[in-house]
Ligand binder design. Structure first.
Ligand code: NZQ
Ligand code: ZN
Length: 394
């Protein structure tokens, strides 16, 4: 068993009506003035924003709204938020929405406490040392950003999508009311479930030599089976509270390291997808579904037994004795069948993107940070490997 540290400082408030507690959660910590940060109109239409405003006011807080977050959240809006917070003396930021609203809120939090350009952190030329505290009302189960130390932002200058991990990105609290996810369109539901699955798989495919723990593997496998079952159910019964609750809690647990230590995992599928998201503005989970099978076939020989374990324990593939590789390949195909069954792509062309050779080179160039980094814990991948996987996935 490997040594590890486990740190999850976010308070979770789960259940029906939980968003009505948002005001007291902030006020009880001594904060006074809140930036409420979100995306589009569904929050106004379904009354969620009104309930949040009411709760803030009743708790004696003042607030300012900043809307306009889009999927693959943009640096320009985060910078606008930084200026607004500084000007208005905001001392708490509330992200309302999915991963994009949360990450935009986190980026603003970093920027307020920094005199330089917030993008410096994402370019790794500065290290975040502080942040305005952030809380979350989650409306989309997917990224796990509500309990992760991660934040992903897209810079319109060059369409670079970059992630940042820092202890300052942990939210003070996350309010999870599964009812708020019932309005999700089927594609976003499926994309969110795919993201949850891939966060778990990224941790499952560990660096060589890492001893896996039966308990942790068991939790990861149970989570995967659970999300697959409930993803299908949510598409049939979008307003079923229990189904939404299963997915929501799984989404949070999939990215808080309970199913495996992030630092021992792979993450190549995520890095490859982030470049696709930066270039083509696709839904993150859909991009992962399009990439994952090609990544898996490319790295399979590193440890076919691990893929065979996934195939048997999660995907109901019968074990071919003495032939891990056959079992593994059947497992990868079964995972792709599942993605297709919930309306997800399993190739880039399934998203109506016809990648040219030039674009493949550009994606790999960006993903390798212009040749400065490799990706992948399970198998280390250089820019040429990245090109090969994009080519297999196209
Ligand atoms: O734009 P709005 O109006 O907010 O609508 C959103 C958006 O169009 C909509 N939506 C959200 N909740 C809804 C709803 N529509 C109806 N009813 C609801 N209840 O769904 C669309 C997608 O929202 P978004 O927040 O973009 O999706 P998601 O939660 O998948 O977040 C994706 C972003 O998070 C990053 C991704 O790369 C991407 O930028 N990630 C962040 C991570 C982290 N910080 O830990 C980890 C992930 O691996 C991921 O990279
Ligand atoms: Zn993800």
């Amino acid at each position: 068993m490997e040594n590890f540290e486990y740190y999850t400082p976010t308070k979770i408030i789960f259940g029906k009506g939980a968003e009505e507690r948002v005001g007291t959660e902030i006020a009880s910590r001594g904060y006074k003035k809140v930036l409420v940060h979100f995306g589009g109109t569904y929050l106004q239409e379904n009354g969620t924003l009104d309930r949040i405003h009411k709760s803030l006011t009743e708790a004696g807080l003042t607030y300012i709204d900043l809307d306009g977050v889009v999927p693959n959240p943009r640096l320009a809006l985060a910078k606008e938020g930084v200026e607004l917070c500084k000007r208005e003396g905001i001392d708490f930021i509330l992200g309302v929405g999915g991963g994009s609203a949360i990450d935009s809120a986190k980026a603003i939090g970093y920027g307020v406490k920094y005199d330089g350009e917030v993008w410096d952190f994402y370019e790794k030329i500065a290290v975040a040392k502080d942040s305005v505290p952030v809380g979350v009302v989650l409306t989309l189960a997917a990224t796990g950003s509500e309990m992760s130390n991660s934040c992903v932002i897209t810079n319109e200058d060059g369409w670079l999508k970059r992630g940042l991990q820092s202890p300052y990105a942990y939210c003070k609290f996350a309010i999870l009311n599964p009812e708020l996810t019932c309005t999700l369109p089927p594609y976003q539901t499926a994309s969110g479930c795919t993201d949850i699955i891939v966060h778990t798989l990224e941790r499952y495919f560990t660096k060589p030599g890492v001893t896996s723990l039966a308990l942790t593997d068991g939790m990861a496998e149970a989570l995967l089976r659970n999300v697959m079952r409930n993803a299908r159910l949510a598409l049939q019964k979008p307003a079923d509270y229990d189904v939404r609750a299963e997915i929501m809690w799984a989404g949070t647990l999939s990215h808080n390291d309970i199913t495996g230590d992030r630092s021992q995992g792979d993450w190549a599928s995520h890095q490859l997808e982030h470049e696709l998201g930066g270039m083509f503005d696709i839904a993150h989970g859909a991009g992962l579904a399009a990439i994952w099978g090609s990544w898996a076939r490319y790295v399979l020989k590193q440890n076919p037994c691990r893929f065979a374990q996934l195939a048997v324990n999660v995907l109901n593939v019968p074990y071919s004795f003495g032939n891990d590789e056959k079992t593994a390949l059947e497992g990868i195909a079964a995972m792709e069948d599942f993605f297709r069954s919930i309306g997800m792509p399993t190739s880039i062309s399934d998203m109506e993107i016809e990648l040219t050779d030039t674009q493949i080179k550009e994606l790999a160039h960006k993903c390798s940070f212009m040749g400065r980094r490799t990706i992948g814990g399970f198998v280390t991948l250089n820019a040429a490997d990245m090109e090969n996987i994009y080519r297999m996935a196209r």
